[in-house]
Design a binder for this molecule. Sequence first.
Ligand code: CP
Length: 327
Amino acid sequence: MTSSIRGTNLLSLDGLSRDAIVEILEVADSFVEVNRRTIKKVPALKGRVVASIFFEESTRTRLSFETAAKRLSADVLSLAVASSSVKKGESLRDTISTIDALGIDAVVMRHGSSGAALQVSRYVPHVSVINAGDGQHQHPTQGLLDVYTIREVLAERHGTTGREGGADLLRDLHVLIVGDIRHSRVARSDVAAFGAMGAHVRLAAPGSLLPDDVASWPADVANDFDEALEWADVVGLLRLQKERGSGAYVPSLREFTRTHGLTAERARRLRPGALIMHPGPMNRGVEIDSRVADQANSVVERQVANGVPIRMAVLYLCVAGLASGAE
Ligand code: CP
């Protein structure tokens, strides 16, 4: 078990201890206040250089990582992959070595291949590598911001703050993750993050969209989605990943929505106070009804907003290697 990400990489949430996650959440708490200031900047990473390299599309993750780095006063090198020498056939190794030669302290990378972030960490062992999503493997900062968001809402309901025992509110929570689990790096990171915090995690999907190794996951599989909805305190929907061929795993989108979509009728049967998450981007009308996505118990916008303090905390801990937060 890794007990802290200080001065290292963040490649996966598998094997990260509860203490390591709590440390990240508490450092993020200290950056929430910075994000509310008129001048949203602290000098924590002044003079440090963060490279942002996205080989796959992204809106939330890329913008929030680059915002996070700038709010910590780091310089950001943002590679536009589509107009880079990657298009001339330059390898991942040569691309990373070239960027490293410019003098960098961290690489934030998204890549379509599972394990690409680990590979890069071997190419540049003196640089902090932060995985912004690799294939179907992991999306660690999404798992962290999901845990952070639920902890924040539960702490508000208890009239406390996250720092005052908020993490304990996640213990024994019932978290249901629904949809295209086979192709989802978010599901893998959420299972690890909520599991480490002591929550019970259950998965619901058509059999074809469950991963082949699901029996080894630290989560159980729902026999019946509708029954599981009544069990859940939190329902985390996943995007049906058409770009990874998920369309071939279901007879039709309509069929998927009928059996596993969070329709308005299903949302009405949730427990009082149950929360709805979605990492985005959403296929409105497929895995989630459009009105349900916007209703009061949906935390989708909070998830996006919390991406900034969480990514500030991850960059700060990995690059500066210190445990204290905002200055
Ligand atoms: N949740 C998420 O990773 O969104 P983006 O693909 O827009 O970054």
